[in-house]
Design a protein around this ligand. Structure first.
Ligand code: ADP
Ligand code: 5GP
Length: 210
């Protein structure tokens, strides 16, 4: 049976673990697609055009927005970020799920536009001290950048109650198990299985000839 692809939104304060969890999801189910965002922020060492982000200057980004190419967009840490619309529509029609690593503003916009197709999950850290430790141990950011991310965390966390599910990412494997359960339950929803009516009609036809 075919299924309409769903949009899985993962948000959290920076460092809580959403990139790690989305990578684990896509290894577990390679049919899932990661929504590669466009951003005006410069690439970090090791980041590749088209893999982590599409890196664009502000003028090009604004043109994409004006042309309706973005499903959502927002300003985060002084840079513009947005999710390109076209790949999401292709994936949905093909019955493939898309994972978004986006902030609460983006989550709200996609929910407003496509409520029935969205499952949103907020990831909380077990403590603020652990959040800071993870940002430091990730080794990607300077102390200044880490301080900026920590300052923004409180604001991001204040949106936790707008999400369908909330996971405290203490033990990574346990959080991943919970995330898979959420996804599997959502995939089985009646309204995500458009072929069910025809299937039940078939069952009734079988009754009729008994
Ligand atoms: P985010 O994408 O939310 O900014 P990351 O996935 O990059 O966060 O995780 C930040 C750091 O914390 C990474 O070094 C990652 O390996 C580590 N991490 C993620 N989840 C856990 C966990 N449950 N326990 C310990 N470390 C974790
Ligand atoms: P970073 O610069 O660390 O990769 O991401 C900073 C923040 O921007 C994270 O909270 C991330 O979830 C968010 N973000 C990344 N891409 C998008 C996007 O396309 N839209 C929105 N709204 N936020 C995004």
């Amino acid at each position: 049976m075919t299924r309409r692809g769903l949009l899985l939104i993962l948000s959290s304060p920076s460092g809580a673990g959403k990139s790690t969890l989305s990578r684990m999801l896509m290894t577990w189910d390679p049919t899932m697609r990661f929504s590669v965002s466009a951003t005006t922020r410069p690439p970090r060492p090791g980041e590749e055009e088209g893999r982590e982000y599409y890196f664009r200057n502000r003028a090009d980004f604004e043109t994409m927005v004006e042309d309706g190419e973005m499903l959502e967009h927002a300003e985060v840490f002084g840079n513009l970020y947005g999710s390109p619309r076209a790949p999401v529509e292709v994936a949905m029609k093909a019955g493939r799920d898309t994972v978004f690593d986006i902030d609460w503003q983006g989550g709200q916009q996609i929910k407003q536009a496509m409520r029935d197709d969205v499952v949103s999950v907020f990831i909380l850290p077990p403590s603020i001290a652990e959040l800071e430790r993870r940002l430091e141990s990730r080794g990607q950011d300077s102390p200044d950048v880490i301080a900026g991310r920590m300052a923004k965390s409180r604001d991001e966390i204040s949106h936790w109650a707008e999400y369908d599910y909330v996971l405290v990412n203490d033990d990574l494997d346990a959080t991943f198990e919970a995330l898979k359960i959420i996804l599997q339950g959502q995939r089985l929803r009646r309204d995500r299985q458009p072929d069910l009516s025809a299937f039940v009609r078939g069952l009734n036809e079988e009754f009729a000839v008994r």
